[in-house]
Design a protein around this ligand. Structure first.
Ligand code: GLY
Length: 383
């Protein structure tokens, strides 16, 4: 018999999401979204191939160059992984193909999201060697952004008046592409870059409580950190919710790939920060920034919770018995019961209540593709 304790109790909640039902709902939503995409003739004319969000009731489609372009095709792979239905396989292949050209993009650090999410899942599920080749080429493109003096990959080329060599905590997520490319190609240079980036980031990007700055600016002549800033958070001293989630996921993944215990310790420290922070509300879904003084009257970020839930399921496999699975179950249950779209609503996106870029007044309290992606991944991992 399942013991049901309240979410507020701080002890265990045995409330579990029915994964099959959650996927059935996600499939229905995705069918709605696919219709929206097909009917968006303006987006088709502009070669906008992937749905990103809904703002003010309008679907935002993006081109393959957008950092979020890979999430929707990757969601289609998850629907196929769960259902084994040929229909989802065909759709996953079709939408993955639309992102392929980005394997040659050297102007962004986001190739992990853009390429590894769809092509990595596609390769895992089909063994298609064409997908493997795209992953290896994307790793080569990403590697061009590594500076050996600073020991990190450059995140952004924009806003050159604000910083010289910006590195954002989100960049940890793109290392998975590099680790995989070494396994697929036998070329250890990708692995070495990933490890260097993870080590430099661990040294510089974290405060003593394991919270992280969003943006660090490096001097590439000396490797010194010039500035510690935010772009998407409340202020330079604050903890932007999604950044903490990227850090947790990133170091958990680095431990998987290297088995270096320092990464596991880092992941556990970050997990502890996220799971015990006083600003986290009872349902576990964080406000967009832990330090916004207007809490509780500010938007949540369901995407941060989805990323965290997925990471905690993996962390649990390395430290079984530490309670991470129960915490992940609670988050997933909250997302499933209170943050999913009503059937047919939100143009077919699965989750609502994410915050994209509050300082830019953009994507506040909206559905967003990466929230849906990590929610589906967490559902699969929960099994
Ligand atoms: N990588 C950008 C974000 O998390 O919004």
């Amino acid at each position: 018999m399942l013991l049901v304790l309240s979410l507020a109790s701080g002890t265990l909640s045995a409330q579990k999401v029915n994964v099959d039902k959650a996927f059935a709902a996600a499939e229905k939503q995705t069918i709605v979204l696919l219709k929206e995409i097909e009917n968006d003739t303006a987006a088709i004319r502009k070669n906008q191939v992937s749905p990103r969000t809904v703002e003010h009731g309008k679907l935002t489609m993006v081109s393959s160059r957008d950092w979020t372009s890979g999430f929707f095709p990757a969601e289609l792979w998850f629907l196929y992984a769960h259902s084994k239905d040929q229909k989802w396989l065909d759709l996953a292949r079709k939408y993955t193909e639309k992102i392929k050209r980005e394997q040659f993009n050297t102007a962004t650090h986001d190739l992990g999201f853009m390429i590894y999410c769809p092509f990595g899942n596609g390769y895992r599920l089909t063994g298609d060697t064409a997908y493997r080749n795209v992953i290896i080429q994307a790793a080569k493109s990403l590697s061009t952004r590594f500076n050996p003096v600073a020991g990190v990959i450059k995140s952004w080329d924009h806003n050159t008046s604000k910083w010289k060599y910006p590195v954002i905590i989100d960049n940890m997520m793109n290392l998975e592409l590099l680790f995989e490319a070494t396994k697929l190609s036998g070329d250890s240079s990708f692995y070495k870059i990933a490890v260097a980036h993870a080590n430099t980031t661990m040294k510089n990007h974290f405060r003593p409580d394991f919270s992280s700055w969003h943006v660090l600016d490096y001097d590439t002549a000396t490797g010194k950190v010039l500035q510690k800033l935010t772009a998407q958070g409340y202020n330079n001293a604050s903890s932007w919710a999604r950044g903490q989630a990227w850090a947790l996921y990133g170091y958990t993944m680095c431990y998987r790939e290297t088995k270096n215990p320092v990464y596991l310790a880092q992941a556990r420290g970050i997990a502890n920060l996220i799971l015990t922070h006083p600003s986290i509300p009872k349902d576990g879904i964080p406000y967009w920034d832990y330090n916004d003084p207007k809490i509780p009257n500010v938007s949540r970020d369901a995407s941060a919770a989805a990323i965290t839930a997925s990471a905690l399921y993996e962390l649990n496999t390395y430290v079984p018995g530490a309670g991470y699975k129960n915490k992940a179950d609670k988050l997933l249950y909250s997302l499933h019961t209170a943050y999913t779209s009503k059937p047919g609503a939100n143009k077919g996106f699965i989750l609502e209540h994410s915050t994209g870029h509050r300082p830019a007044h953009s994507e506040i309290d909206v559905p967003i593709n990466y929230a849906d992606y990590y929610y589906l991944e967490a559902l699969l991992r929960s099994k």
